[in-house]
Design a protein around this ligand. Structure first.
Ligand SMILES: [Zn+2]
Length: 319
């Protein structure tokens, strides 16, 4: 079996495929089966291990869903730490368990999916806003909730005084998670409302004691649920406007109302990510972007000072 330290080194090196690579390295067979209400479990016999994950309906072959990846990382945590797996565990049991062993397993699972250095790479400025959590989740192939939980757990390392994740089902608080910050359901609901009404979805409240509370939300309209990320940080570290907020503000001014044209322009900038690997610096990529696209964008508002700032903010995501 592998030590925790070696497992973490592999996860860092193989990101975002840490758990899949570790399963291979351990010789653990990963099998998808319909498991009813259970999300997954593992069986260990001597040096051999098998991990069973609940099969998703209409699952395409060869790729695990973000839910299965979390379960895989969780089961790997059981194997690496030598904590027997619990048959019948669901994802919500795993996330909300008070058992100390389960908490250790979850902490390791989070580190395998989202290594510390990767999180620091994405969280380049404070406060941490929902758009950054979403991007981190997308690139790490994990759910947005898992990304938010990981950032909350790394609060101190990221220079936040405190952070909490609150999950809402409709307007009801389903659960909240934090190492040290707890709030009443009423406060959580007020913060959710404030974040939804705040410009660009980021609510700031100066507490008058040198700290600021910042709240932002990740909405999941499909399931009528929302994840609220609350952080407390030194007021001095709170920027008035983050890059993400500036980007959204510029999008509101520069992109046309017509969804088709809007999508086309955003797609054109987004597609450029495929080319960025050719350039080692942001400056070179910016020059190349305009060389390749100036003609296409010349009759749009993007060909302006604000437009160039917007393109630069988008390109920055890839550097
Ligand atoms: Zn477990």
């Amino acid at each position: 079996m592998l030590s925790r330290k070696t497992a973490l080194a592999i996860a860092r090196r193989e990101f975002p495929n840490g758990p899949e690579s570790l399963a291979k390295r351990l010789g653990a067979k990963v099998q998808l089966r319909p498991l009813g209400g259970c999300d997954g479990f593992c069986v260990v016999k001597g040096d051999r291990a098998a991990i069973f994950l609940n099969e998703a309906p209409n699952q395409p072959t060869g790729k695990l869903t973000s839910r299965q990846r979390f379960t895989l990382a969780h089961e790997l945590g059981h194997i690496i730490l030598g904590v027997p797996s619990v048959f019948g565990e669901t994802l919500s049991d795993m996330l909300s368990s008070d058992d100390e062993d389960e908490k250790r397993v979850n902490a390791l699972a989070a580190e395998l999916l989202l290594p510390h250095s990767v999180v620091e790479w994405y969280v380049i400025e404070l406060p941490v806003v929902a758009a950054v959590l979403k991007r981190l989740a997308k690139n790490a192939c994990v759910s947005e909730v898992v990304a938010a939980l990981r950032v909350a757990n790394l609060a101190k390392e990221l220079k936040l005084e405190n952070a909490s994740v609150v999950h809402f089902d409709g307007s009801r608080v389903k659960w909240q998670w934090s190492r040290t910050l707890s709030m009443s359901d009423k406060t959580a609901r007020c913060l959710l409302k404030a974040a939804r009404e705040a410009p660009h979805g980021v609510f700031r409240h100066d507490q008058g004691d040198g700290t600021t509370v910042v709240a932002s939300t990740i909405e999941n309209d499909r399931f009528d649920s929302a994840t609220l990320f609350v952080q407390v940080l030194p007021a001095l570290l709170v920027s008035n406007i983050t890059r993400e907020e500036r980007r959204k503000a510029l999008e509101a001014i520069l992109l046309p109302d017509d969804p088709k044209t809007r999508g086309k322009i955003q797609g054109l900038v987004g597609a450029y990510s495929q080319r960025t690997h050719r350039f080692s610096s942001l400056d070179e990529a910016e020059l190349d972007f305009w060389k390749a696209n100036r003609r296409k964008l010349s009759d749009t508002l993007l060909d302006s000072d604000d437009g160039r700032e917007y393109v630069l903010l988008r390109l920055e995501q890839w550097y």
